[in-house]
Design a binder for this molecule. Structure first.
Ligand SMILES: NC(=O)c1ccc[n+]([C@@H]2O[C@H](COP(=O)([O-])OP(=O)(O)OC[C@H]3O[C@@H](n4cnc5c(N)ncnc54)[C@H](OP(=O)(O)O)[C@@H]3O)[C@@H](O)[C@H]2O)c1
Length: 285
């Protein structure tokens, strides 16, 4: 049977690679990725119309207002897009009989844990962005999927890998925090897992990040080394010394991919291997 799949946020970092991956899945013959004008999450009418037009079997809901610091200044918009917008997507899905895969974030946790967060650990967002994404999680039905990921970097859009390549090539010394611990997630790995979860008909909450844990300081050094640049140009700085960020960053937001492992699904490669592969791809243009 020919399947129809919808991707919200198709112009974003995750959405753009997800659309390509889905087009290569046998059995899917139509991938519809409406723009934010065609499907505006802040308008119930717009969401219902866009979903009803295509009547997909699955909706990968990757669209969100992801500007973490800007969300602090405009909680109304953050909750309208990330919380209520997800309610509209789930309502629309119900009307056409579609299931939803909602992309969520490590920012739903408070960052005070001393061990990687499991899917069932208590949430406690400390930012407006995190709280608004958690609001979206609360709209999702038991038959849907929630995929929480962290520190995303891919080929499209803006991300830290691209920033670090630019800094490496433009000289100078740079400081990165060494007291925020988390895990990068390279989009190609994330997308592969999203497709696996979809094909396997999974539901519930899954944590999906690359393996291992690290700091931005260590990632910066790793990328400089990969590029043959001197990692000594990177020095550590503490979060307390940093200024200019409105939203507090979690001190620790490593996601234990417990549900993935326990469901017999493939875990993602080490962050070092995947970040190196991404840097090579970005360098090759
Ligand atoms: N980036 C990360 O580090 C990270 C970490 C954890 C979880 N996540 C989650 O992963 C998902 C994908 O993130 P990403 O990095 O791909 O985000 P992104 O690059 O910022 O892309 C966001 C997408 O959402 C769309 N969008 C924004 N406002 C919208 C609205 N009102 N109506 C409809 N569409 C709207 C944007 O469309 P326009 O381009 O037209 O504005 C864009 O396609 C998000 O749910 C995010 O919360 C991201």
């Amino acid at each position: 049977m020919a399947l129809k799949v919808m991707v919200t946020g198709g112009s974003g970092q995750v959405g753009s690679e997800l659309v390509t991956a889905l087009l290569n899945v046998e059995g899917i013959d139509d991938v519809y990725a409406p723009s934010s004008e065609e499907l505006d999450l802040s308008s119930r009418k717009s969401v219902l119309e866009a979903v009803n037009l295509m009547k997909p079997e699955w909706i990968f809901h990757a669209a969100a207002w992801t500007a973490v610091d800007a969300c602090e200044d405009d909680p109304t918009r953050a909750f309208a897009v990330n919380g209520l917008g997800t309610r509209f997507v789930v309502q629309a899905a119900g009307m056409v009989g579609a299931r939803v895969c909602y992309l969520s974030t490590d920012y739903v946790f408070d960052g005070s844990s001393v061990r990687p967060y499991r899917e069932w650990d208590p949430v406690g967002p400390r930012t407006v962005y995190g709280a608004s994404k958690l609001a979206g999680e609360m709209e999702v039905r038991p038959e849907d999927l929630i995929v929480r990921t962290s520190w995303v970097m891919g080929e499209f859009g803006q991300n830290m890998a691209k920033t670090l390549i630019r800094l490496a090539r433009s000289g100078g010394v740079h400081r990165f925090v060494d007291d925020q611990i988390g895990t990068p997630t390279v989009v190609s790995d994330l997308v592969e897992t999203l497709v696996e979860l979809y094909l396997g008909g999974h539901s519930g909450v899954f944590h999906v990040s690359n393996s291992g844990q690290t700091s931005w300081y260590a990632i910066a050094r790793h990328i400089f080394e990969e590029l043959g640049e001197d990692p000594g140009r990177i020095s550590p700085i503490s979060t307390a010394e940093l200024t200019g960020f409105k939203a507090p960053r979690p001190r620790f937001s490593v996601l234990d991919n417990f549900a993935l492992r326990g469901s017999g699904l493939k875990e993602l490669p080490s962050w070092q291997d995947s970040v190196s592969a991404l840097v090579a791809k970005l360098e090759a243009g």
